[in-house]
Design a protein around this ligand. Sequence first.
Ligand SMILES: Nc1ncnc2c1ncn2[C@@H]1O[C@H](COP(=O)(O)OP(=O)(O)OP(=O)(O)O)[C@@H](O)[C@H]1O
Ligand SMILES: [Mg+2]
Length: 308
Amino acid sequence: MTDCIIEISGLTKMYKSKAAVRNLDLRVYRGEIVGIIGRNGAGKSTLLKMIGGLVYPTSGELHFFNRAAAGDQSFFERMGVLIEHPGLYPNISAYENLKLLAIAYGLSDRELTVGKLLKLVGLDPKNTAKVKSYSLGMKQRLGIAVALLGSPDVLILDEPMNGLDPQGIVEIRQLILELNAAGLTILISSHILEELSKIATKYAIIHQGEFAEVISKEELQQRCEERIELETEEAREVLPVLERELNVTKYKVVDSRTVYIYDRHVHIRQIVKVLSQQGIMIDSIARHKQSLEQYFLERTESAGERHD
Ligand SMILES: Nc1ncnc2c1ncn2[C@@H]1O[C@H](COP(=O)(O)OP(=O)(O)OP(=O)(O)O)[C@@H](O)[C@H]1O
Ligand SMILES: [Mg+2]
């Protein structure tokens, strides 16, 4: 994945003297699903609006497809955007809504496009029910169909799972994965890390307008994986013993005194036993398990709240 399609550097948006987001740097590669995670007011929508061309940055740069976006509106046409409520007419059907928008966009083959899009997002093109009778989940699907109307390369979804029930969340997640498999690069925000945990390939944690961390899916999984944390005088002495006596194979040497052990079959008391038999002293040993939500909360605590 070397194809960087969005590059943000030093992106800042001021509202009067207050920064909504400040100095954001991010690269998005083709095919990624980037999760923007932050509490209420963290700056998620402001960031996505700037990328989608709905809000102008106060300073900083946006590059799309390796070219500066400033002054070139055509780049924004390659983005499909669902931010806040899509402007839908409540008293007509989903099909009629999309068709009106397709006319406004000047699309050819409107009937075909609209029918295909509705099917793609899991709505029945023949359903004549008025949109106002739709469930929240159906409205979100329709919103995604609207965002897809201009055949974008990038889909920007601001909290599309907000307010959905667990089943609705699973369905939207599935839809996003399908769209990604069909070639779309996706930016999606949420205030619940767990919600995005099964789909995002990269996470940008935003806190008070700044990125607290940008982390890959693999790195996050590893950090939250259940493990035994072992501290001894000399980590190098410990490993051959653990490999030989307990068949430990999944571990990570964190520093010269600390080892993390990920093998599920190993128990703390077995480690204590074999190491003491070898005369190796243990300074501390404990099982560590951190949920995704805990991980997120720790990184988005305000100054003074921090306890690590
Ligand atoms: N148009 C505006 N005028 C003034 N301040 C704004 C404007 N839009 C956003 N802000 C401020 O910028 C900050 C970031 O807002 P933003 O809506 O981007 O956060 P968010 O992460 O999307 O929050 P939420 O989870 O509530 O949607 C907030 O302090 C907000 O009050
Ligand atoms: Mg928002």
